[in-house]
Ligand binder design. Structure first.
Ligand SMILES: *Cc1c(COP(=O)(O)O)cnc(C)c1O
Length: 355
């Protein structure tokens, strides 16, 4: 790979890879040896470097700690049978990071810094992706304010960082979800479309209340009427009713534009499936369950790719969803996406970058 950017590389002299138990990886707990860092000062991104993963030293007046001017991304890299690293749709993550940045008054990060930093980091830590089926490397790029000033205004300094976590075979357990009627994740004009740290902080409490009642996730509804289904907070959600795939549209700015969502919709359309990007009302969903026309319900996101929904609580009533035949759309689309990600199927859509 040709490098135009100056990235200083400081390698660790104590790799942790041999102390790592790859058979018992807990998502997000094990971090690979190195991290990529760039600083924004005096109006430009400078001091690009890869260094050993280590704690940061921060001034207590750091603007992120007080006002949450912070955004992130999440994506994955996989290894094919030849040991090559395959990166899935990283260009889409790069673009989305800058869309989040614009909303949060964070300066845009040039594409080449994101891509070069990422590719060099992956190359250096390539042994952290075990050559075993089902394993992958979760990649966490993020930008946060670093001004040491507690006045409320956009920070003048930022850090962009990337670190990675090996993740084991991800069996995504089917989830029980609850339709949220009171709390709100996003409203029109708010920050719901940005992958902003604060969106997560605000959703922890309602999610905790639902978890105490036995539901893994919430089905967020629109902030004004709570009558239309939006998404699940870490996943977009899709329903198949009468052979039509229905998912919430993104034009209201209240839905995170999931890259898995986009990939599933593209494949569905390629397969000739009827797709509707529109708001589905809770009432319509309940009717479809009662009339047996709801065929599938699932979440889409980078961590699980597809998470089956087996139970939905609607305004206090639990509806168990029947288990699906093996040729259901959600199983087939998961298999196709996995085949593309691990290089077992031709990448006709240009989604894979080889490292
Ligand atoms: C990241 C995220 C998703 C899923 O997006 P992917 O790009 O598919 O991983 C869905 N909803 C929210 C709120 C998210 O932050």
């Amino acid at each position: 790979m040709k490098t135009t950017l100056q990235i200083e590389v400081k390698k660790t002299d104590h790799s942790r890879i041999h102390e790592t138990d790859f058979d018992n990886l807990v998502f997000g707990k094990v971090i690979s040896d190195h991290m990529f860092v760039a600083d924004y000062v005096n109006g430009e991104w400078t001091d690009l470097r890869i260094e050993p993963y280590a704690p940061l030293s921060l001034n207590p007046a750091n603007a992120t700690l007080h006002y949450g001017q912070s955004i992130f991304e999440g994506m994955k890299a996989y290894k094919n049978d030849n040991g090559e690293i395959l990166l899935f749709r990283a260009d889409a993550n790069q673009k989305r990071l800058n869309e989040s940045a614009a909303r949060m008054c964070i300066p845009e990060l040039p594409e080449e810094i994101f891509m070069e930093g990422l590719l060099q980091l992956l190359d250096l830590d390539r042994n952290w992706i075990p050559n075993k089926p089902g394993y992958s490397l979760y990649i966490r790029p993020f930008i946060f304010a670093t001004d040491d000033y507690i006045g409320v205004k956009p920070s003048e300094k930022y850090k962009f960082m990337i670190f990675t976590c090996p993740v084991g075979h991800y069996y995504s357990k089917p989830v029980a979800v609850k339709v949220e009627q009171h709390y709100t994740r996003a409203v029109e004009g708010g920050t719901g479309a940005a992958k902003a740290a604060g969106n997560y902080a605000a959703s922890l409490y309602p999610a905790l209340l639902a978890q105490r009642q036995g539901y893994e996730q919430l089905l967020w509804t629109d902030g004004k009427t709570h009558q239309f289904i939006e998404e699940s907070g870490t996943m977009n959600v899709m329903f198949i009713i009468n052979n039509t795939l229905i998912t919430a549209p993104t034009h209201t700015g209240t839905i995170l534009k999931g890259i898995t969502r986009d990939s599933v919709l593209k494949i569905a359309r390629d397969w000739g499936m009827q797709v509707e990007e529109r708001f589905l009302s809770v009432e319509e969903l309940e009717k479809a369950i009662q009339q047996n026309t709801l065929q599938e319900a699932f979440g889409t996101g980078t961590a699980a790719t597809i998470a089956q929904i087996y139970k939905i609580n609607i305004y206090g009533t639990d509806y168990g969803l029947p288990s699906k035949p093996a040729d259901s759309f959600s199983y087939r689309v998961l298999e196709t996406l996995d085949n593309i990600k691990y290089g077992r199927e031709e990448d006709s859509r240009g989604w894979i970058i080889k490292v």
